[in-house]
Ligand binder design. Structure first.
Ligand SMILES: C[S@@+](CC[C@H](N)C(=O)[O-])C[C@H]1O[C@@H](n2cnc3c(N)ncnc32)[C@H](O)[C@@H]1O
Length: 274
């Protein structure tokens, strides 16, 4: 059957836009990462995989594209360095790290997202003959449903063992209350030494107007806002934030003037027992 993204909700369709950016980056002569399946998702969804010549992006769009490119590589490096036996990708979307990163032997990885996006993903990956490079399980469901931790444990996740969690491109779509509930659940499943990787939330009242992106901006609720790290520090984690500008400099892609100055990536280590 031909995979189709038709059943995806607007928030799940943002995963297609992320895959499209990863396809562009993978096709550059000096890519920060190569995701061999990103273009397959875009093609299956009927999206272009090359940037049309003379494309002019607004400041906000250029910032988002750069943000996705940089955060993908930033998290790739952190996930690989963490060396955890358990990895959980919250709102995995069309993330193919299970297939493209060099995982230590014995790594178990769980991907959680809404059912339509995972159904589309599995069809595309199956058609491409993709083979995971770790033990991979997929859990379709809503992360706002309080039953997901129980389902994760039933799928073999062990809360007594350290885990690395990735919540990439997720919290901005949640309210502060929803983000706090989700992160509280993550904390309750995290043995000391577990790690959590995620972006800072956003003060959505400061988002510039951009008619071309109005459909995306309308989905943003901001999560716990710019003080997400403070919330984590007060709830059993010790955080370190890398600004987008620092990540950009380290990765050799300095930010253009005025782009993404408030964005940052959080690395949190669980310090307390659950
Ligand atoms: C911008 S995409 C990011 C996907 C992926 N983490 C990445 O960076 O490639 C946002 C993802 O969040 C997922 N999502 C949003 N709300 C969710 C919820 N309540 N439960 C599960 N997944 C959710 C969407 O389905 C979508 O795949």
């Amino acid at each position: 059957m031909t995979p189709t993204p038709d059943a995806m909700s607007p928030v799940s369709r943002t995963a297609l836009s992320v895959a499209r950016v990863r396809a562009y980056e993978s096709g550059r002569p000096d890519p920060l990462f190569v995701d061999p399946y990103a273009a397959e998702f875009a093609v299956a969804a009927g999206m272009p995989t090359e940037v049309p010549e003379n494309t002019r992006l607004s400041g906000l769009a250029a910032g988002l594209v750069l943000h996705i490119r940089l955060r993908t590589r930033f998290y790739d490096d952190r996930l690989t360095a963490a060396g955890a036996e358990q990895v959980v990708l919250l709102a995995a979307g069309l993330d193919t790290r299970a297939y493209r990163l060099d995982w230590p032997a014995g790594t178990r990885l769980w991907e959680l997202d809404l059912p339509p996006v995972l159904a589309f993903k599995e069809q595309v990956l199956d058609s491409a003959g993709a083979m995971p490079r770790c033990e991979r399980d997929v859990l379709a469901g809503d992360l706002l449903d309080p039953g997901w931790p129980r389902r994760l444990v039933a799928a073999g996740f062990d809360p007594q063992r350290p885990t690395v969690w990735l919540a990439e491109g997720l919290v901005v779509y949640l309210s502060a209350e929803q983000a706090a509930g989700l992160l509280t659940a993550v904390g309750s499943l995290s043995a000391p030494g577990s790690r959590l990787l995620m972006e800072r939330g956003r003060d959505v009242s400061l988002t510039p107007q951009d008619p071309a992106l109005a459909h995306v901006i309308a989905l943003w609720q901001g999560g716990l806002g710019p003080d997400t790290d403070k919330w984590l520090d007060a709830h059993g984690w010790q955080t370190r934030t890398t600004s987008l500008a620092e990540a950009a400099d380290t990765l050799g892609r300095p930010l253009p003037d005025g782009v993404g100055r408030t964005s940052g990536f959080i690395e949190a280590v669980r310090t307390t027992a659950r």
